[in-house]
Design a protein around this ligand. Sequence first.
Ligand SMILES: NC(=O)c1ccc[n+]([C@@H]2O[C@H](COP(=O)([O-])OP(=O)(O)OC[C@H]3O[C@@H](n4cnc5c(N)ncnc54)[C@H](OP(=O)(O)O)[C@@H]3O)[C@@H](O)[C@H]2O)c1
Length: 217
Amino acid sequence: MNLVVLGASGACGKHLVALAAKRGHQVTAVARVSSKLEVPPGVKVDRGDLTSVEFLRGVVKGQDAVLSGLGLRMGGLAPWNKPEDATFLTRSTRALVEAMKAEGVRRAVVISAGGVGDSFQQMPGFFRALIKLTSLKTAYAQLFDMEQQLLASGLDVCIARPTGLTDGPATGKVVVATAFKGRATISRADVAGWMLAQLEHEVFPQRAPMITVTGAA
Ligand SMILES: NC(=O)c1ccc[n+]([C@@H]2O[C@H](COP(=O)([O-])OP(=O)(O)OC[C@H]3O[C@@H](n4cnc5c(N)ncnc54)[C@H](OP(=O)(O)O)[C@@H]3O)[C@@H](O)[C@H]2O)c1
């Protein structure tokens, strides 16, 4: 497949690029001009403004699907620091939807987070408090807006809602969870593997599942 990875400089984005290339897809890695970005041989790189419809039209043209590891960059260690650009996901999602529609690209698999939208009530109480009381509030509001725009777009979208991300190895033991006991985590490598696997389904089995490796009740 021809696959474009938005946020290719991010910790999940890097895994998406590497894994998609390893599996023989034609990959275009996309990041803003200032991003630190290294890609495996054979991967095309495109840099520009991720909130520009014009730039994104050029990026998605001719692609079979969009994979996104975009999120809010926090100004320091989350969840206590403010995001660098508090409305980035609202603007980038709006531009992406318009660009995909204009270029006739229908499929996208993106990263949100466990606890966004209707999954909030399924999170443990302490985590719900973190979302309400820390700068995660801004990030979660942005992820919610991103989800709502994508779900309302009429495009064929799958929104991964991972639990706590780690840099551990891929386990291939990802499960869809609706309740938790203990510490819920998933490695970025597993998130990338799960996202790519969704593209093998002609119709996405779930629109916005919570995914985890540990901690599912
Ligand atoms: N941390 C967790 O435990 C956790 C749990 C569940 C879900 N999540 C979600 O998963 C997402 C991905 O995680 P991650 O660890 O891969 O995040 P990350 O390393 O911070 O990657 C975020 C990506 O978004 C890009 N980005 C952010 N602001 C941008 C802007 N204004 N313009 C252009 N690109 C921008 C970054 O580009 P640059 O490299 O140029 O900054 C980077 O490529 C997080 O953002 C979060 O929403 C996180």
